[in-house]
Design a protein around this ligand. Sequence first.
Ligand SMILES: [Zn+2]
Length: 334
Amino acid sequence: MLPIKKPDLQHLVDLHARDIVSLVAVIMKVKPMGTLIVPLGIKRWFQRFCENHGLVCLEEEPSDTYQARIAVYQDEETARLGKTVKEVCHLFDEVRRNHSISRRKKACERFSKALTRLEGAMFGYPECCVEFHAERGPSSRAKAYEEFLQIGKDQSIPVEFWAVAHAPCSSTCRKTLETGRKYLDALADFSEQLNDHVKSRLLLPRFYQTGGGRFIDLQPLDYDQRREKLSISKEKFEEEARMRLTEPFEIVLCDVPRPYVIVGAPEVPPHKTSFPNPNMIGIMWLAFVPGSSAYMVNAKTGKLALYIVDEKWIPKVGEEWRSSSNFRIYRSTR
Ligand SMILES: [Zn+2]
């Protein structure tokens, strides 16, 4: 493999670390395809970079204000297959939306599961995890993290779990560990510099792993070293958090890089529930009650970044998303 050019490296690090892993795994042919979140500023470069590496890329849906969702395929044949699967999925969703299917509910469920299995295979996800997801639905993403909590391993999750894009079927899923290791090894072969960058990013603690797989990486900061430069003191933030969350809650001052995906939505004050949103980047104060609620403000501007409590959030998304694994900080180990 030729050494990667400096301008390419500069753009590549604008992708989230997990997406860098996915992209390189597709380039190195250890993964058939991946869907990546690409910041708009690097979209054109990204498409050229993929073409230069022999990949086929297709935009999944129109870009929003923050990012494009781009599917990358290792070759034309996989791209054609991927496109057909996507079309079938869209068609099925449309039929389900526009027609009463109650009489054929069972058949539709079976078809929907078959599609999930097909998609899982296209992405190269382990069969056990695909099967679990097909049977239990998207909120099953929480299961592995609930198990990590139960066995006291939530602060030492194997880094391989951070390197994969799928929801692991359990905290001990051997296939997930193998898949993550294969991707990380491919990255190490592809570029030493990129590998160093990704590893340092994957090892950052992350907040709120499970709701739809959304999370923010964060670097905890020392308050005493920063206090001069912050407009919101720890005491002030603690007082604010006390008015909004039930005690006891945890507090952390942290630096938040651009999240994996950015979500914007109309909000009903005083809450701000879209996660992760564009206001969550920079030096932040974060307070959270593990499992149930969180409050976050920018420590320099005082601007609200997140105010979410279970009573507000669960009715909106459905009871199946309630999980002890929500609103927590997870850490990874090498
Ligand atoms: Zn599995």
